[in-house]
Design a protein around this ligand. Structure first.
Ligand SMILES: *Cc1c(COP(=O)(O)O)cnc(C)c1O
Length: 351
């Protein structure tokens, strides 16, 4: 064993497969926008683009600098989802042929300045009450610009992962209202990943797939592309009554064997991970035992055979779902993926 460090293994071929699976859920007439915000949900935007550019129709990001750096690697449509706010940003999107979302009346002034080849994405609030123009203000869009056939009316679902929630029906109905109010044949886009899975009949012209590409939702055809792992750096036998870690949060009831693994909250393990959260040690499940430290976690390996210093411990990856880790700790896979810290070594693998 040389220098021990936590590793993030990334299998880009799995992301490619996941995109194909998501596309197979919707009709051939729908275009697939790959959402690659936050460095492709922690998977490395630049490395990913070259692998998927031939199978996606466009990219979505939220930061202007991400959009600009993306432009150096693709000719496809790039959508800046937070939109723009001032002339400096306007010049940058124009020079780099970046399309942007208009989601607030404060951005209406840019509707009068369409650059050649630009498509507008008009985001309407249908019930999530986060971003989006109200149905009342939507009429004002038409006063500012003549909408074109490849402009897009979009909205975002609040409860796409809860198909029975009545808010979904309200949002679909309001979206239809907004579309008929505009009364022009522009394109439409509603669905994120969970929308694609639960409401494929509402795919329209564009779907916007994010977390599903990376395998961060439960679905039989989607695989998690990242494996987060580190090595055991010390093993200790403890006696009944011994307490472990900060605050002595856990106490041994019997004789136990504890492995200390070189990965902590400074690498991206949530600090409030609860005792009993399962990790994988030599292909066997073992529970976290005691509070997560900055650089270490303690794992109960009393029931694991032949454990030794240097053995790998997988927090999430194949055979140990990131979704399970998230659920156990009342978190979401999005947060786990995007909070892996830069000090973790990224390794690109084809498994
Ligand atoms: C992030 C984002 C998406 C992707 O959502 P997933 O749940 O990751 O598929 C789609 N649309 C918008 C506007 C987003 O911000």
């Amino acid at each position: 064993m040389s220098s021990i460090t936590a590793e993030l293994l990334i299998d880009l071929s799995k992301i490619k497969k996941n995109i194909c699976s998501l596309k197979s859920l919707i009709g051939k007439d729908s275009n697939f926008m790959a959402i690659v915000k936050s460095d492709a949900y922690g998977h490395d935007l630049k490395k990913l683009i070259v692998r998927i550019d031939d199978i996606v129709d466009a990219y979505g990001v939220v930061r202007l600098d991400e959009a600009v750096s993306l432009r150096r690697h693709t000719q496809k449509q790039i959508l800046l989802m937070q939109g723009i706010y001032d002339d400096l940003e306007w010049n940058i999107v124009k020079d780099n042929s970046i399309n942007f979302v208009v989601h607030d009346p404060i951005q209406f002034k840019f509707l009068e300045r369409r650059y050649s080849g630009q498509k507008f994405w008009i985001k309407v609030n249908t019930g999530m009450n986060r971003l989006g123009i109200s149905l009342d203000d939507l009429k004002k869009v038409l006063k500012k610009t003549h909408l074109q056939n490849d402009d897009v009316l979009m909205t975002h679902l609040a409860c796409a992962d809860i198909p029975d929630d009545e808010l979904n029906l309200l949002q679909f109905a309001n979206f239809e209202k907004a579309f008929s109010q505009l009364n022009c044949p522009i394109q439409r886009s509603i669905l994120n990943t969970n929308g694609i899975i639960n409401f494929p009949q509402h795919a329209y012209d564009w779907v916007r797939g994010g977390i599903g590409m990376y395998g961060g939702v439960h679905h039989p055809d989607l695989e998690t592309a990242m494996t987060f792992r580190s090595q055991i750096i010390s093993i200790r036998d403890i006696q009944p009554g011994d307490r472990v870690g900060y605050g002595g949060r856990q106490q041994a009831k019997t004789k136990m064997k504890i492995a200390n693994v070189y990965v902590g909250y400074a690498d991206g393990v949530p600090q409030n991970s609860i005792d009993g959260t399962k990790v994988l040690v030599n292909d066997q499940y073992a529970p976290i035992f005691g509070r997560v430290s900055m650089d270490l976690i303690s794992v109960d390996i009393s029931k694991i055979d032949n454990c030794k210093v240097g053995d790998w411990v997988v927090l999430w990856g194949d055979n140990i779902s990131i979704n399970k880790f998230a659920e156990t700790n009342s978190l979401i896979s999005y947060e786990l993926m995007t909070k892996i810290s830069p000090r973790v070594k990224k390794i690109f693998v084809e498994l």
